[in-house]
Design a protein around this ligand. Structure first.
Ligand code: HXC
Length: 257
């Protein structure tokens, strides 16, 4: 596939992107960012793919943005390149994207996991925004997404002190959907992705769009958006199939496209 820092695989209708810079604990350099975005947008356009899993290694999902690469940069460099803006491409994916996190998810690693639709964590996962210890602050959405995910008190403490939280605390405060034993993480993530990929693809995309509206709108507006999206599912053959299957007491066969 020509990628240097990631591994891209297809497992049936699930796309699997594995961050693969083991010597740097998957530190997110610019080249890796371009590869992840390229792979993810390619999978997003592929009608054979219904869900994507993004994972790292046992030791680290990602230990942050690449400190070696950032260290010499000036303000002008960062501003001119609009450093990290490229990651926003992931928020435009319509295909559901699951982060499967084991080990360190620090700084940009935590932020990347939070850009995914939800996080499945191994019991070894450690989350944190330690940027302040390097004399900087989060730059890939951490101050915003962590605050929305776990609330002001914990987010503020983590961002101001750089302290980390383990998987159990992350589940307790709603940062992750579920914690599983480390040895089961990838299987659980792939199985969850396969479940999603077995649904009607356009309906899964509409569902994702509806949930995401909760972060961008007032309640009344979000409920309105949801109702219109709900109405639009009645334009799909998959709505007829799903409801007919229920009434006929059989499994639905969605068109998946
Ligand atoms: C570049 C990194 C790195 C990083 C680890 N490495 N994290 N390289 N950028 N973010 C490299 C180390 O330099 C080392 O390379 C190798 O990976 C193994 O790391 P060790 O530190 O030897 O491993 P260990 O002792 O197990 O400690 C793991 C760790 C620690 C606790 C995760 O590596 C660590 O604290 N990393 C930095 C975490 C961090 O501050 N992340 C936030 C980054 S800033 P060598 O060549 O020595 O073997 C960020 C900001 C985004 O993400 C937006 C604002 C700028």
């Amino acid at each position: 596939t020509g990628y240097e820092h990631i591994i891209l695989e297809r497992r049936g209708r699930v796309g699997l992107i594995t961050l693969n810079r083991p010597k740097a604990l998957n530190a997110l350099n610019d080249a890796l960012m371009h590869e992840v975005v390229d792979a993810a947008t390619g999978l997003d356009r592929d009608p054979e793919i219904g869900a994507i899993v993004l994972t790292g290694s046992e030791r680290a999902f990602a230990a942050g943005a690449d400190i070696r690469e950032m260290a010499p940069q000036t303000y002008q460099d960062m501003y001119a390149a609009d450093w990290f803006a490229g990651w926003n491409a992931l928020t435009r994916l319509r295909t559901p994207l699951i982060a499967a996190v084991a080990g360190h998810a620090l700084g940009g690693g935590c932020e990347l996991a939070m850009m995914c639709d939800f996080i499945l964590a191994a019991d070894t996962a450690v989350f944190g925004q330690p940027e302040i210890r390097l004399g900087v602050i989060p730059g890939i959405g951490g101050s915003q997404r962590l605050t929305r995910a776990i609330g002001k008190a914990k987010a503020m403490e983590m961002v101001l002190t750089g302290r980390t939280m383990d998987a159990a605390e992350a589940e307790r405060c709603g940062l992750v959907a579920r914690v599983v034993p480390a040895t089961r993480l990838l299987d659980e993530a792939l199985a969850t992705a396969a479940t999603i990929a077995g649904m009607s693809a356009p309906v899964a995309m509409l569902a994702k769009e509806a949930v995401n509206a909760a972060f961008e709108t007032t309640l009344a507006e979000g409920v309105h958006v949801e109702r219109r999206l709900f109405h639009s599912t009645f334009a799909l053959a998959d709505q007829k199939e799903g409801m007919a299957a229920f009434l006929e007491k059989r499994a639905p066969r969605f068109e998946n496209r």
